[in-house]
Design a protein around this ligand. Structure first.
Ligand code: IMP
Length: 153
């Protein structure tokens, strides 16, 4: 069973599903983004399917501090699955705070902010067909800074 974490994992999940030759169950979870002063993350949208007794793979866009994934894995394990593993398109291990194993990694990346292929800045750029580096200073000044250049022609 694939448990995709909304919203950034959607393009990755869609492409991965089309490559799969088995028939996985697919479900979605959404959790509030972790902010250091907010205490902890919480579930905004929970699973529809019961994970107990199932082999579960969590599908993430990027694992950064690991706080989100660690929370999700802990939550899922409490529900009695047969196994739980994690899969991420991108792994930015240099920024890890919680040492969380990611069994399946697409690409390890340096400490850069990335956009596109599901990854956003202020909900923009998720529909870009590739992953690009974003300059956080530029984006903080104007979240739409890259819109014209990236989508023109
Ligand atoms: P973590 O809890 O710090 O591991 O953060 C994981 C979540 O933060 C990811 O699922 C993304 O939604 C978001 N995130 C972390 N780094 C980036 C980035 O470079 N670009 C866009 N979103 C990011």
């Amino acid at each position: 069973m694939l448990v995709a974490v909304l919203k950034g994992s959607i393009p990755f999940l869609a492409d991965m599903l089309r490559e799969m030759t088995i028939v996985p169950l697919v479900d979605f979870m959404s959790i509030s983004s972790y902010a250091p002063d907010s205490g902890r993350v919480r579930i905004i949208k929970d699973l529809d399917i019961d994970v107990s007794g199932r082999d579960v793979v969590v599908v993430e866009d990027i694992v950064d501090t690991g706080l989100t994934l660690a929370y999700l894995l802990g939550e899922l394990r409490r529900r009695g699955p047969r196994s739980v593993a994690a899969c991420a398109l991108l792994d930015r291990a240099a920024r890890r705070i919680v040492p969380t194993p990611v069994e399946f990694v697409g690409f390890e990346i340096e400490d850069l902010y990335v956009l596109g292929y599901g990854l956003d800045y202020a909900e923009r750029y998720r529909n870009l067909d590739r992953v690009i580096e974003g300059d956080l200073e530029v984006l903080q000044g104007d979240p739409d800074a890259y819109v014209d250049g990236l989508y023109a022609g």
